[in-house]
Design a protein around this ligand. Structure first.
Ligand SMILES: Cc1ncc(COP(=O)(O)O)c(C=O)c1O
Length: 392
């Protein structure tokens, strides 16, 4: 039976016969694995590409349970969990890139990914070019150099929410002999990376998988043995590791992911539409709304949304006015990250870096993460926030 996503989230990644009959899998911590004899040790060590207990760094059943669930959600064959969402970006980049290679990165990329390219990859002899996330096919073809090894994508983009044409970009990248990486944290199971041509898919499990703002964790998924070889060995050679406690919490978070995400999607859409009808707002950068760049690709490729989106205010409102609005909100926390159960807000203007002239909208911007509070309460809070915006 091919389980649908709700069923897989409940039934996969657990085996009560291995957990003393308890519903949830055991939490296993450990470094040393003891072997009965040397022959067993040598034989076990040959299975480094499989979910086998070899040494703590190679993972244990807590890691393997989570990895099998993430691979299922992403539609991949293999997954490697790592210590953070950022490590889920940097570990595969280091695993695949060689000195002299070139990488293409969208101008809308998550800030620390850009910093990693500028500060680390540069020192190791890898050059980076940034491209317009909404690039068309002809211009995309022209971006590739003979040494371009990776086309990095992030869809929708951080803070500015451009939805990328991943199938077209993957076609062009593969014709040029490059691998396609995708930061799929926003898409979760709503975007199936491997059916759209992606080779390496990245998830910050810190966000919706964890869902409770209490873990830092990442995962990288692939769908060929060749990619698994690069990824798995690269992660181990770099000494990458994920805390079993955080993996266990992510497993628990995943059991309720579907209902949380459905509720946050619906609440996010309600607040996004409410913003879109307000005179203070120029446009809403929510992939499901027509004002968002790449909205047509969202409709074509995604089966749903999460609760994170941007708002562009009318040009009359200053950055200080947006800060006054944010400071005036009572139910929205001011803080990084997203995907937890609580609502959050951050100013976008003045906090993000774009170098290719993209991401310039008509007014100052803020990013909203809609949590599990009552939506009427959130809208009431935003009403008085907009009053502070107007007054500033
Ligand atoms: C799109 C995206 N990718 C990756 C990350 C990094 O995740 P972590 O905070 O777990 O390192 C973030 C964090 O905000 C993010 O927004």
């Amino acid at each position: 039976m091919t389980k649908k996503i709700e069923t897989a989230l409940v039934h996969d990644g657990r085996n009560p016969t291995r957990s003393y009959g308890f519903v949830n899998p055991k939490l296993v911590r450990g470094s040393t694995v003891l072997y009965p004899d040397m022959a067993t040790k040598l034989e076990t060590g040959r299975h480094i590409l499989e979910p086998v207990d070899i040494y703590g760094l190679c993972g244990n059943e807590t890691h393997f349970a989570l990895e099998s669930m993430i691979a299922r959600i992403e539609g991949g064959t293999h997954c490697q969990v790592v210590g953070s969402g950022l490590a889920a970006i940097t570990v595969p980049l280091l695993a695949y890139l060689n000195a002299g290679d070139h990488i293409l990165v969208p101008d809308s990329v998550y800030g620390p990914t850009r910093t990693f390219c500028e500060r680390v990859l540069r020192r190791y002899g890898v050059s980076t070019s940034y491209y317009d996330p909404m690039v068309d096919e002809a211009a995309a073809r022209a971006m590739f150099q003979p040494n371009t090894r990776v086309l990095f994508t992030e869809s929708p983009g951080s803070h500015t929410f451009e939805v990328q044409d991943i199938p077209m970009l993957a076609r062009v990248a593969h014709a040029a002999g490059a691998k396609v990486f995708l930061d799929n944290t926003w898409g979760l199971h709503h975007f199936q990376p491997f059916t759209h041509g992606v080779d390496v898919s990245i998830q910050a499990l810190t966000k919706y998988a964890g869902g409770h703002s209490d873990i830092i964790l990442g995962a990288v998924s692939v769908n060929t043995d060749e990619d698994w070889h690069w990824l798995r060995l690269g992660a181990l050679e770099l000494g990458s590791y994920a805390s079993p406690d955080d993996c266990w919490l992510a497993l628990r978070g995943l059991r309720t992911l579907h209902v949380r995400l459905k509720a946050q999607e619906a609440a996010g859409l309600r607040v996004a539409h409410w913003f879109a009808a307000r005179p203070e707002v120029a446009r809403v950068l929510h992939p499901a709304l027509p004002g968002c760049p790449g909205h047509a690709f969202f409709k074509r490729d995604f089966s749903g949304a999460c609760g994170l989106f941007g708002v562009v205010f009318q040009p009359a409102y200053s950055a200080e006015a947006v800060v006054a609005m944010i400071d005036g909100l009572k139910l929205f926390g001011i803080g990084a990250s997203w995907g937890g159960y609580e609502s959050l807000v951050l100013p976008t203007t003045g906090t993000i870096k774009r170098t290719e002239g993209t991401g310039n909208f008509e007014g100052k911007m803020a990013r909203f993460q809609i949590g599990l509070e009552n939506v009427d309460d959130l809208i009431e809070d935003l009403e008085q926030g907009l009053a502070a915006l107007r007054a500033a």
